[in-house]
Design a binder for this molecule. Structure first.
Ligand code: ADP
Length: 271
């Protein structure tokens, strides 16, 4: 396969010619294919034995195989935590590869923005409570054509970050708002904020503001890249606004109607 690029040459405003560059991309495509294959094999070969290790550790930690001495229990807890982190990492790698390569299609149906926002808050309630964060949804009922499971994944990812990067006593809110032809979701926190020069970068894979974020907060550095892929596959946009020390607001839009799919009926008024 060959790619080409055309660069116009100008003298002032006058077009005097053009340079066409042809590039043989056979090698690059092959490298990309090998990378995809490598990621897929590694992830699958790692996940199966890891699931089995996690199972055994879980049985031991739960005392199902007899009493574990205090010191051993602490070690087991650390082993369980780290195994869980590895499982999350592998699942995230698999997920992003599948979404970005277009191997998972979004199962778009009629759904409702407020319902998704409330569901996400419910899913995250226990984590927020443990961290001492108050979590709210101020959401309007707005009809949407989207894959509800995937949008829930985006919202829970954003909420989990908001909780992770906020001090105890903070507040996190999800809101929804109708815009021209789209719905705008906001996840607002009062956490540590994100430096201006990192606002775009954090949506790339494995990009973190602080290199210790993954280790200390148990993240994988893939959450926002996954969110971006899902939102873009729906024809929406995602970005962040932030002020250091004051908090961050993650925003994403979803079109009210996806091309080729009829707009859903308006959601009924709550009884
Ligand atoms: P992770 O698994 O590390 O949370 P993400 O892709 O979800 O990976 O986020 C990437 C990085 O962006 C985080 O490690 C953190 O540095 C920064 N970040 C994400 N959300 C927030 C937030 N709400 N407040 C401050 N920093 C954030």
């Amino acid at each position: 396969p060959v790619e080409y690029e055309c660069t116009p040459m100008k003298e002032g405003e006058m077009l005097t010619g053009a340079v066409i560059t042809f590039r043989d991309v056979t090698e690059r495509r092959e490298v990309e294919r090998m990378k995809d294959e490598f990621v897929s094999i590694v992830s699958h070969e790692l996940r199966t034995p890891l699931t089995s290790i996690r199972g055994s550790l879980g049985l031991l930690a739960a005392g199902k195989l007899g009493e574990v001495p205090e010191k051993g229990r602490r070690m087991l807890d650390i082993a369980v935590q780290n195994t869980d982190r590895l499982v999350r990492l592998i699942n995230d790698i698999l997920d992003i590869e599948r979404i970005e390569s277009g191997r998972v299609t979004m199962e778009v149906r009629s759904t409702d923005a407020a319902e998704l926002a409330h569901q996400a808050v419910e899913v995250m309630a226990a984590m927020a409570e443990r961290a001492g964060i108050r979590l709210f949804a101020w959401a309007e009922r707005l009809p949407l054509a989207a894959d509800p499971d995937r949008i829930l994944q985006v919202l829970t990812n954003l909420l989990s970050n908001a909780v992770k990067f906020s001090p105890p006593g903070g507040e996190v809110t999800v809101t929804t708002e109708a815009r021209e032809g789209e719905v705008l979701f906001r996840v607002v926190d009062q956490g540590r904020g994100i430096p201006e020069d990192r606002l775009d970068a954090i949506f790339e894979r494995f990009q973190q503001v602080d290199s210790s974020d993954a280790r200390e907060k148990g993240g994988t550095g893939l959450g926002l890249a996954i969110c971006r892929s899902i939102v873009q596959q729906h024809g929406g946009r995602i970005w962040v606004e932030s002020e250091m020390g004051k908090g961050s607001t993650f925003l994403f839009t979803l079109p009210t109607q996806t091309p080729g799919i009829p707009a859903p009926l308006p959601a009924p008024e709550p009884a």
